[in-house]
Each structure stands twice: as C-alpha cells, then as structure tokens.
Design a protein around this ligand. Structure first.
Ligand code: MN
Length: 256
C-alpha cells in the first residue's frame, strides 16, 4: 500500500462507513458508584469560562471536570493492582489503540438475564464459527445494555444486593487474557459484571486483562451496527501522564 488516499476517498463516498461507538459526555452520563466508604469518581461537568460576553467577547470555552473513568473510557493496565508496573494511559503505544474488531453478541441472553456472564464455552463457540480472536484486535461484547445509557438508574440496575449488569465469568476472562487481543470493550459502566465483586477472583476482567497488559473500553454504543468480524476500531484516550485511564472517542470503520 503506497498511500491511504483510497481509504480517505472511501470514507468520503460512504463505501467505508464511520460508526461512532461513543456515548455522549454530559453531567448525567452514568458513572460507577462504589460503596460509600470508598473513593468515588466524578461526574462529568462543564464550568463556563466565557460565552461571547464580558469574560471573553468573541469566544466560548469551558473548563471540564471529570474522572478518568467517566463515560465511554479507556482502562490502562496500571488501573488495576495486577498491572501496576505496566503502562499508564500516556504510555500505551498508539499502534495498540487500533485493531480489527470481533463482536460477540449475547443480546438475547442478557435480555432474559441481566446478570448473564459470558462463558468459556461461548468464547470457544465464537471461535469455532469465526476463527481465533484477532491478534491485536478489539473484542467487543454486545449485550444491548447501551439502550439504558441515558437513564443512570436503569443503567446501574441496582437493588439491595448491588448492580445487576452483564459481564464475563472468571473462566472466560482467563482464557481471553491468554489470547493476543488488545482489549475488551463493553456497553456497561465497567468491563466486569455488576456482581463481579463476589466472583473468584473478584473483578476477573480487570484482574486478568490489566495484568496481561490488555485494555478495557466501556459504555460503547452502536455495537449492533458493526459486523461480527471485519470492522476496524480506533480507541482514542487522552495521553494523561501517570493516568490510569481517560474518557475516549471510539470509532469503527465498516466496509459497506
Ligand atoms: Mn474504568
């Protein structure tokens, strides 16, 4: 390939469609809430600097306030204790932010059981049908959960026993952690199931993926618009020095 002008032309004429997998970022964007004795992440908010007024007659701008793990965001390996000596978000190589997408769809199962967790057999069945998980690719877990993304209570789906949202079994997480994928993308507030504090080990996706130098991406939308295989996904977190993650834009390129 001598240059990529063909790709640019295909984006312009629509034969390569760009799908935005990012949730909009605003003050009501759902965030993870931990038990009250623990530290909490911040909601996103805007602080007005000026808007064509006496504070700045010709310009509009804001300061932003946010947690690293607010909205559609990226988990760097150092987010978890198992990856504490691995890359921070600024150190993640740019090459490892772009890869082939593999979509595993459990929308029907999750519709019947919000606590549904992907099993090892689910992954093996996907590979039997589609081939191995892609080297340097993004594995995306389609659950339909993004339909609740504008309603923080429905999105958390919590009762007295905690949140009820889909995730991954420890057995499946261990298997995936040993593949060559870049990371694991989900529609929910975090990469693990709502009930994953009670798993053995707790939070298996965080524990095993971060420890294996893989990444997490959350609160994705529009996974129903990309094929099981064949899309390319670009994940763009901010290079926050020493950061453990960052809100990010996530785009998929799909051949039409
Ligand atoms: Mn996170």
């Amino acid at each position: 390939m001598s240059d990529l002008s063909g790709l640019a032309a295909a984006i312009l004429d629509g034969s390569v469609e760009v799908i935005d997998l990012t949730s909009p970022l605003h003050s009501e964007t759902p965030i993870l809430q931990l038990p009250p004795e623990m530290g909490q992440t911040a909601k996103f908010s805007l602080e007005l600097i000026s808007r064509y007024d006496e504070m700045g007659p010709a310009w509009y701008w804001n300061n932003i306030h946010t947690g690293e793990h607010t909205g559609t965001h990226f988990d760097a390996p150092n987010h978890w204790i198992t990856g504490k000596d691995l890359d921070d978000v600024s150190q993640v190589p740019a090459k490892r932010l772009i890869g082939a997408a593999a979509v595993i769809d459990k929308t029907a199962e999750v519709a019947g059981n919000p606590d549904y967790c992907l099993t090892l057999q689910d992954v093996l069945d996907w590979e039997a049908a589609n081939g191995p998980l892609p080297e340097n690719g993004w594995m995306l877990f389609r659950t339909g959960w993004s339909q609740y993304g504008d309603d923080p209570a429905a999105f958390a789906n919590a009762d007295e026993n905690g949140p009820h949202t889909p995730g991954v079994t420890p057995e499946a997480a261990e298997y995936i952690s040993k593949t060559k994928i870049l990371g694991w993308g989900v529609e929910t507030v975090g990469t693990d199931a709502g009930g994953a504090f009670g798993f053995e080990p707790p939070f298996p996706c965080h524990t095993m993926f971060m420890g294996a130098n893989k990444y997490g991406v959350t609160q994705l939308r529009n996974l129903d618009k990309i094929p099981t295989k064949g899309a390319v996904v670009i994940v763009a977190p901010l290079p926050i020095v020493n950061g453990s993650g960052s809100p990010c834009r996530v785009l998929a390129l799909v051949q039409r």
